[in-house]
Design a protein around this ligand. Structure first.
Ligand SMILES: Nc1ncnc2c1ncn2[C@@H]1O[C@H](COP(=O)(O)OP(=O)(O)O)[C@@H](O)[C@H]1O
Ligand SMILES: [Mg+2]
Length: 377
């Protein structure tokens, strides 16, 4: 295994907060980062050694980016497959383009996960309105209709309830094809972030519990309040998926926990994940450090946690306006991403609150512990 030498340059495709926090972790390990982004003033480029600004699909831009870096990784999944292949012909790309292709397509992803012997919600591919009618009859309603590509933060999906207008729902979502997923009446929504190195060793963080508001992650609690056997099963699933795709880098696996403790995989993301931000403050080595270590071919430390944690996202103008109050509240660990404009629904930063291991409080006390953000939580 050849490790990237100190002072080498890691190329990060995408200029958002995941790239920013990866670049900060890389700097601590003695690496430079060079960002590829189409934004002139991106969160990642603000903290990186350099940036190439241009279209992700422009071959000249991709070549110029590759020429400046020693290895390439991603914080952003919606790069064209052709662009990825071009980068991979010039530099090592970790994780590999094949993995990105899989995560870009919900149908391919679920097919892969099911083939690895891991359960998901029941689902059907929907290419035509007739497919949708058959899928709705087979799976029953309610169900969730999703685009296979380009969805995030609940965009590109619709809940279909009994008696709904199927042709209208089919017409509304684009691009096609779609999938219909059986509705999961989950007890908890959780995620596992796992790193896997060039040598095939892996390290999985503890299971985190996620709460969404308006389809956007709002709160993450670590560890998830689930039985130890369920947590062990969830981590095992994440490690099994990472191994099955011969993954190198950082992989997040979103899961549903049913009322009886059954674990269903929802989706995978081959990059640092919002539900892993708590690891910056609650772990000796964060998800971003493990990401950079895996990409650089360094040994992986264990993904241990020294504290329990609650992470609250700062979304849109209302929560961002609380920034001065957050700074004035002892115990809140603030993170801001350097975005100029706080548009509704936009993730502007996050706040972490730590608790001694084993003392994560109940919902009520969590609200209290978040101070000015408590009423928003
Ligand atoms: N089959 C399902 N049953 C119940 N809830 C679902 C289902 N699929 C998605 N959801 C809810 O919608 C959220 C967003 O869906 P997801 O597939 O993760 O898309 P994305 O995160 O790409 O927007 C999930 O975190 C979950 O809360
Ligand atoms: Mg999701």
């Amino acid at each position: 295994m050849t490790a990237l030498a100190p002072n080498a340059t890691i190329g990060i495709v995408g200029g958002g907060q995941l790239g920013r926090m990866s670049a900060l972790a890389a700097a601590r390990l003695g690496y430079r980062c060079h960002i590829l982004t189409d934004e002139p003033d991106s969160p990642a480029a603000q903290v990186a050694a350099g940036a190439t600004i241009g279209s992700y699909d422009d071959a000249e831009v991709l070549r110029a980016f590759a020429a400046r870096v020693d290895v390439v990784t991603f914080e952003f999944e919606n790069v064209s497959a052709v662009g990825l292949d071009l980068l991979a012909s010039l530099r090592p790309v970790r994780p590999a383009p094949a993995v990105l292709r899989l995560s870009q397509d919900r149908a391919a992803e679920k097919t892969f996960v099911n083939a690895a012997g891991i359960a998901t919600a029941p689902w059907r591919l929907v290419e035509t309105l007739d497919d949708l009618r058959e899928a709705a009859a087979a799976l029953g309603l309610p169900a969730i209709l999703k685009t296979t590509r380009l969805g995030y933060d609940g965009k590109g999906q619709l809940r279909l309830d009994p008696g709904c207008d199927l042709p209208a729902a089919f017409a509304e979502l684009a691009p096609k094809p779609l999938i219909l997923e059986g509705f999961v009446d989950f007890a908890r929504e959780v995620s596992v972030v796992v790193a896997r190195g060039l040598d095939g060793t892996s390290a999985a963080f503890d299971v985190a519990e996620n709460r969404h508001r308006h389809h956007i992650l709002d709160l993450t609690l670590a560890p998830a309040r689930i039985p130890a056997e369920t947590a062990a099963q969830a981590r095992k699933i994440a490690e099994t998926i990472a191994q099955a795709i011969d993954f190198v880098g950082l992989l997040a696996v979103e899961m549903f926990i049913g009322a009886r403790g059954d674990v269903l995989v929802n989706e995978i993301a081959p990059r640092p994940h919002n539900s892993g931000h708590w690891t910056i403050d609650a772990c000796p080595a964060s998800q971003f450090e493990l990401h950079i270590r895996a990409v650089a071919g360094l040994p992986l430390p264990p993904a241990t946690r020294h504290s329990d944690a609650v992470m609250k996202n700062l979304v849109g103008p209302a929560e961002t306006a609380l920034w001065p109050a957050i700074l004035a509240t002892p115990g809140l660990i603030p993170h801001l991403y350097g975005k100029a404009e706080a548009r509704p629904g936009r993730k502007m930063g996050h706040v972490t609150r730590l608790f001694p291991r084993g003392s994560l409080p109940g919902d009520f006390a969590i609200r209290d512990a978040l101070g000015p953000l408590g009423s928003a939580a």
